[in-house]
Design a protein around this ligand. Structure first.
Ligand code: GDP
Length: 333
């Protein structure tokens, strides 16, 4: 049975990918950053399965800047596939911490590629890139050949990493792919991303726990898909005869207002009665017209995004309602 190594295993995508690979019979190794808070809630379900944790799922501590440790983990785990998901992934935060963003997202990827270059047994490699590399593109929808014009520190760091992956594939013959993922959401999305912030607030407001929701610009449009489907595309890329880059997207853009309407509709409320705008959440600049053309993924990987708005918002609101109800019951008992 194959072995996979995942950087960023504790994140939204890492947890769904781990579940997918475990269900396919893989042994999974994950790299975790040591911190004083254990942020492993998304993997909880797997930890509690006796035949999985420390039998087919192993965690290792390392920072992406810790080359020696990462090399040791690679030499010990000898993975067939390496999924590189880790990085500072919040676009808004990247304006506050551009150096950290570049350190992890850009240099972290280059360091991994350098380690792979020296290995005798090189795993198949996929870097989870982002639509932010396109920034303000000339063409819409974007595909794998659209020029990169990033307009955020995160986008610039991702563009560097993406181009390095292509360079190492072409120059050193690595089986290295870029999954150019558009926004993908789920109940496991971090609460500071706009979708989850909205669905959590819609649930809390409908239960009378909160009164308003404070947001930044409502003009942005995003191509929002469902994260569990996106990790399936990542896996399919590594099963191809040759490495390539793939846009992973739904092909349809919606505005933040559309997401608000779908989420508040799910609880029978009108978002305009509750949303206020706060300059704190506005960004110095942002990408526009980001919508992906998933044609290559559809043709070569036989992959299409199934779950879209409003269904996506309904799934997330329902999960937030369930979680708030459960915590209220715990508090009452
Ligand atoms: P990303 O920036 O595309 O990775 O995803 P986000 O979920 O962080 O933001 C999506 C869009 O929502 C962007 O256009 C943001 O400017 C907009 N937005 C509006 N209000 C907020 C907010 O309060 N938080 C975040 N994260 N985004 C917001």
């Amino acid at each position: 049975m194959p072995t996979a190594l995942i950087t960023g295993i504790t994140g939204q995508d890492g947890s769904y990918l781990t579940e997918l690979l475990i269900s396919k019979g893989y042994t999974v190794h994950g790299i975790v950053r040591r911190s004083s808070i254990t942020a492993r809630g998304r993997l909880d379900q797997l930890f509690h399965q006796e035949d999985v944790y420390n039998k087919r799922l192993f965690l290792h501590y390392a920072d992406l800047s810790d080359v020696t440790t990462i090399r040791r983990i690679l030499l010990k785990s000898t993975p067939d596939e390496l999924y590189h998901l880790a990085g500072q992934s919040h676009v808004g935060a990247s304006f506050e911490i551009p150096e950290t963003t570049c350190e992890f997202t850009a240099m972290g990827t280059l360091r991994l590629l350098e380690i792979l270059r020296d290995l005798d047994k090189q795993p198949r490699f996929v870097h989870i890139s982002s639509s932010e590399i396109f920034g303000r593109p000339d063409q819409s929808p974007q595909n794998e050949t659209t020029p990169m014009r990033p307009v955020t520190p995160y986008g610039v760091a991702k563009a560097f990493a993406t181009q390095m992956v292509t360079l190492y594939r072409e120059s050193f013959g690595l089986f290295a792919c870029n999954a150019i993922c558009y926004n993908h959401e789920s109940p496991r999305r971090g609460e500071s991303f706009v979708t989850r912030k909205i669905t959590r607030a819609a649930a809390a407001i409908s239960m009378g726990l909160e009164k308003t929701l404070s947001l930044g610009s409502l003009d942005g449009r995003r191509d929002w898909g469902y994260a569990p489907e996106y990790v399936e595309a990542m896996w399919r890329m590594l099963q191809q005869p040759a490495a390539d880059d793939f846009v992973v997207a739904t092909g349809t853009a919606h505005s933040v207002k559309d997401f608000l309407a779908a989420s508040f509709d799910a609880v029978g409320l009108d978002w305009e009665d509750f949303v206020t705008q706060d300059p704190r959440y506005m960004r110095p600049s942002e990408g526009t017209h980001l919508v992906g053309d998933p044609g290559r993924a559809s043709k070569s990987l036989q992959w299409t995004a199934e779950t879209r708005l409003p269904r996506l918002a309904e799934i997330m609101v329902q999960s937030d309602l369930d979680a708030l109800l459960a915590s209220r019951q715990r508090a009452d008992s």
